[in-house]
Design a protein around this ligand. Structure first.
Ligand code: ATP
Ligand code: PRP
Ligand code: NIO
Length: 480
């Protein structure tokens, strides 16, 4: 199966050249802690939807290097030592992974994944983890925004033909479903999620017949339960809709009109045309006919069409979703935060002139703080893993950059965001179904203030530091 592909060589060469050093310099078994996190929400938005964990798990549980891989590396890279290549031939992930479950709304700087493993393992897996999480999280967030703009209407993912390759189309479609799309046109998705692909018909199909009515009629005969007729090939109002109505009337007479049926608009003024189509369909006795539309849609255009009173209730979104058109990369990073050498743990910090790029040291967790009376999320706190929150006492948290800004929270409950996924190389997590992940996101929205999810000038959600982490960070910065 494609989804079982183990991209062990889909990595950056520096992971191998550094690991060659770790083997020869006796560092490979130092224990490293890495955090994978984003620095900014994509699309100038106020939130991000995390996705990709299932593929991360699949990678970590199966990653290995074959004899062919080793032979190729030996031939191409004489600098890689025999000791390192021997090590690679027995490589497997034996460490620990904690992660925020897919479909959770997340924010910059908190660990989405936390890896604790022998240094060489934690290093070798970096690129694959970033590739998977950066892609799916970006597309899930784009899809979530598009679904948000559709205000309860259904959104279908139609982007495969414009995706950056079939892998991006496949996992992008998965991420789109996590983001709330009801389905996808991508048939390969059926190999990784239990949702049948959906679709309508193309202009070439209509053009291949002598006339539009015949094309519609034949389609309805051979696809009795899947009847969304594309009405804009010739003239939507003068030809497409009258021909669609003719077919619907015929099916109604024969008692063969399926439960779900309707039309698709793919050009012209979608607001105007949808209103006219609605009137014509209603007038002919088909108030249940669905009006769907596609044509370079994204969250802004859908919102605009709704403001214009468009009568569209099913949205097909391709290019701008699958390519994350207005922000093509997410920019999640994977940073070392602790190393244990010969039993001694050393917390690590990456300094930078840009305060937002200074990393948070230590073996940490992320906790979400909810207001007990409204059940809304108040802030997230990054803390040292062994810190315990006493919910009966006020909680003081610090802004990570402007550290003079502190907040004291009362009447709250705290929930760990990171859950154990892999322990000692063994899977300890029950993987949710795609529908469960989708439902998780729907629930998440209920706990996030609309000020954070709005598109224009969203309110910045706080991801703060606990006093203990704040002190540790300052101590390490003062040592520099
Ligand atoms: N009422 C509307 N308000 C804002 N934008 C619209 C509206 N109706 C359509 N659009 C958008 O305008 C853009 C151009 O649409 P138009 O139908 O002219 O071109 P097209 O879809 O490429 O058509 P064709 O395939 O016939 O060339 C598309 O992105 C479409 O989604
Ligand atoms: O506009 P998007 O959001 O990318 O949605 C997908 C587009 O792909 C198809 O067009 P295409 O011209 O490829 O095929 P067609 O001839 O069937 O319309 C479809 O008709 C949509 O317009
Ligand atoms: O099924 C459809 O209508 C479809 C599929 C892919 C791209 N555009 C439309």
């Amino acid at each position: 199966m494609y989804h079982k592909r183990i991209p062990q060589l889909s990595t950056d060469y520096y992971q191998l050249s550094m690991s060659n050093v770790f083997v020869n310099d006796n560092k490979k078994d130092d224990i490293a802690v890495f955090d994978l996190f984003i620095r900014n929400n994509p699309f100038n938005g106020g939130y991000t939807v995390c996705a990709g964990l299932e593929q991360v798990i699949n990678y970590l549980m199966n990653v290995h290097f074959s004899q062919d891989d080793i032979t190729m590396l030996r031939e191409n890279h004489p600098e890689l030592s025999n000791e390192f290549l021997d090590y690679l031939s027995t490589f497997k992930f034996t460490g620990e992974l904690h992660a925020i479950p897919e479909g959770t709304i997340i924010f910059p700087h908190e660990p989405i994944l936390r890896v604790k493993a022998p240094l060489i393992q934690a290093q070798i897996i970096e690129t694959s983890l970033l590739t998977i999480i950066n892609h799916q999280t970006l597309i899930a967030t784009k899809a979530a925004r598009i679904v948000q703009s559709a205000e309860g209407d259904s959104v279908l993912e139609f982007g495969l033909r414009r995706a950056h390759g079939s892998q991006a189309g496949l996992y992008g479609a998965r991420a789109a479903i996590i983001g709330g799309c009801v389905g996808t046109s991508n048939v390969e998705v059926e190999s990784i999620v239990n949702i049948p692909a959906k679709g309508t018909m193309s202009h070439s199909y209509i053009l291949s017949y002598d006339n539009e009515y015949e094309a519609f009629e034949k389609f309805s005969y051979y696809n009795p339960d899947n009847l969304m007729l594309l009405v804009d090939t010739y003239n939507t109002l003068k030809s497409g809709i009258p021909n669609a109505i003719k077919v619907f009337l015929k099916l109604k007479e024969e008692n063969k009109l399926p439960d779900i049926y309707g039309i698709r608009l793919d050009s012209g003024d979608l607001a105007y045309l949808s209103k006219e189509c609605r009137k014509m369909l209603d007038g002919a006795g088909f108030p249940n006919a669905i009006i769907s539309a596609s044509s370079d849609l994204d969250e802004y255009l859908i919102r605009d069409l709704k403001l214009q009173g468009a009568k569209i209730t099913l949205w097909g979104v391709g290019t701008k979703l699958i390519t994350a058109y207005d922000q093509p990369a997410l920019g999640a990073v994977y940073k070392l935060s602790q190393i244990e050498h010969l039993g001694q743990r050393i917390n690590k910090i990456k300094v930078s002139n840009d305060p937002g790029k200074i990393t948070n040291p230590g073996y940490k967790k992320a906790v979400r703080i909810y207001d007990k009376s409204s059940n809304k999320a108040l802030a997230d706190v990054i803390m040292i893993d062994d810190e315990v929150i006493d919910e009966s006492k006020p909680l003081t948290i610090f802004h990570p950059v402007y550290t003079w800004k502190k907040r004291i929270l009362f009447n709250y409950r705290a929930q760990n965001l990171l859950v154990p996924i892999i322990v000692d190389g063994k899977l300890v997590y029950d993987l949710p179904t795609i529908r469960e992940i989708q439902s998780r996101l729907k629930e998440e929205y209920k706990s996030i203030w609309p000020a954070i999810t709005r598109f224009t000038n969203p309110h910045e959600y706080h991801v703060d530091l606990s006093p203990k982490l704040w002190n540790l960070k300052n101590e390490l910065l003062n040592e520099q």
